[in-house]
Design a protein around this ligand. Structure first.
Ligand code: CA
Length: 509
């Protein structure tokens, strides 16, 4: 309780500091910013290749040939794509991290938030943050709102349970909320189903799109039309905008978007896998439509877009030896392998023109490939830098500014560490913490019902995690455990609990 009060006071003080920075942002012709977030889109759910060989050359795999994302291809050609970009392994942790710039081990929303009740699971930490974000959270939209931006939320929120402050994006710094609430997936993607209000899963009905109920329209399209309207309004108001375009797609239910069904009917893939591909192509069309609209209203040159997924892929593909949705990467959404956490990331100006004020300040090298690590924790500090807003003093941010990396440089300041802490069960993987440091990866499996288990991979030699070398490299295992332990301590991470005992890390012998 005391900690909470201190934090609240701290947050208010921080806000005052942000307020004092407002004038600088608005006077300097700040760029518009779009974060285009696709739910459950993994690294391989696209025709844009994100994997490279040992020499750094892009390699196309089978799934790249299956999916059709032409607008992503165009965006990657004019911008920079990151080949080693990490998100947390499930929804709410990533979403809270994008909003706060903090690792989930620190903000403590370490599992996805179930709308109705505490999703701690059997041995989860008793005080994990299952209520998510609050009115006091110092979020990215709040910082931008205070700096004079029109802050717009469209689509899936999933920041807090039913009845919580975090349920409503308007409590978190957004001026406008279209279709966001506690729910983590739509009751239905179909307008004729009222997006769940008429037919489908009623407890997950999408709020606020009543005018489309009963109509033949797909959710992705309705959200795109509404998003574009808000951009026109922001332009009329002469305000810079921050659009958090957070698609419900491509999460379950895997319903076919009939506009694209013909493209996959001869693929030989299952009906579900075909429907999934139409969901992907739908968000790609949305990307193209929003880009075109920003150009049409004359804002292309000073609008920056970040395209990304929120966790690994959940594509309904057959699993063979733990390879499926993200093949050739191992694993999928929710688990401890790379397939659980690697997501696509592209940054680009909508209309590249290096001679404009905004782009001179934040240049992006076209058609470039960045192999150095990037993470969802970088979104907040990068946007604040781009928008010329000083970070509130004393605020702890776990990410790094990506600007140097947009120009194909390495950021020497980066520690190249990504910690994914999941002290919960029942989501494909149970009770684990993983840590990547440059090309080394360690996975710690907690001693819930037996001894702890360690996995160690050299991702440079073995990018698809085929060979656990923990036993043959005891020195490297110990070194990586030390790094992991330090990260957990510095973030004040919560451990799983059994019989009221905290299951702290046990070092390898
Ligand atoms: Ca997700």
């Amino acid at each position: 309780m005391r900690l909470k009060i201190i934090f609240s006071v701290f947050s208010l003080l921080s806000l005052l500091c942000v307020t004092s920075c407002i004038s600088s942002a608005v006077e300097n012709n700040p760029p518009n910013i779009i974060v285009f977030l696709v739910d459950d889109m993994g690294l391989m759910d696209t025709s844009v290749p994100f994997l490279t060989d040992k020499n750094g050359n892009l390699v196309k795999y089978l799934l790249n040939d299956y999916y059709k994302t032409p607008n992503m291809e165009k965006l990657a050609e004019q911008g920079v794509r990151f080949t080693n970009f990490y998100a947390h392994s499930v929804c709410s942790p990533t979403r809270a991290s994008i909003m706060t710039g903090q690792n989930s081990a620190r903000h403590r929303t370490t599992n996805w938030i179930r709308s109705e009740n505490n999703n701690r699971t059997e041995y989860g930490p008793s005080i994990w943050n299952w209520k998510g974000l609050t009115k006091e959270s110092l979020t990215l939209p709040r910082i931008l709102q205070q700096a004079g931006y029109r802050t717009i939320h469209v689509g899936k929120a999933h920041f807090g349970p039913f009845g919580s402050e975090g349920e409503n994006p308007l409590n978190l710094g957004f001026d406008i909320n279209i279709a966001g609430s506690s729910i983590g997936h739509p009751g239905s993607y179909y307008g004729k189903d009222g997006f769940g209000h008429i037919k489908g899963q009623k407890s997950r009905a999408v709020p606020g799109l009543e005018k489309y109920h009963g109509k033949d329209i797909f959710l992705t399209e309705a959200l795109t039309l509404e998003a574009n309207k808000t951009l026109s309004l922001a332009k009329e108001e002469n305000k810079p905008f921050f659009l958090y375009m957070s698609h419900y797609a491509v999460h379950t239910p895997f319903q076919s978007d009939q506009r694209f069904a013909d493209h996959y009917k001869d693929s030989g893939k299952s009906e579900k896998a075909q429907a999934y591909a139409t969901l992907i192509e739908g968000i790609d069309k949305s990307l193209g439509d929003i880009i075109q609209h920003v150009k049409n209203i004359g804002l292309g040159e000073n609008t920056l877009i970040f395209f990304l997924g929120d966790n690994g892929s959940d594509a309904p593909l057959p699993i063979e030896d733990d390879y499926s949705s993200s093949s050739p990467i191992k694993g999928k959404k929710g688990n401890h392998w790379e397939g659980g956490m690697r997501v696509p990331f592209i940054a680009s100006w909508i209309s590249p023109n290096e001679k404009t004020f905004c782009q001179e300040k934040t240049p992006i090298k076209s058609n470039s490939i960045q192999q150095q690590q990037g993470t969802i924790l970088d979104i907040l500090p990068t946007i604040c830098q781009v928008a010329n807003i000083n970070l509130p003093e004393g605020l702890i941010i776990d990410g790094f500014n990506l600007q140097d990396q947009f120009m194909s440089k390495n950021n020497q300041m980066r520690d190249e560490i990504f910690l994914n802490h999941f002290p919960h069960g029942n989501h494909r993987s149970n009770y684990f913490t993983s840590l990547v440091q440059t090309h080394w990866k360690i996975i710690y499996h907690y001693q819930v019902d037996k001894e702890p288990r360690y996995e160690l991979f050299n991702l440079k030699e073995d990018p698809f995690e085929t060979n656990n070398i923990a036993d043959e490299n005891p020195g490297q295992l110990k070194r990586m455990m030390k790094v992991l332990s330090n990260e957990m301590k510095s973030k004040k991470a919560l451990y799983p609990e059994k019989q009221k005992q905290s299951l702290e890390l046990i070092m390898p012998k």
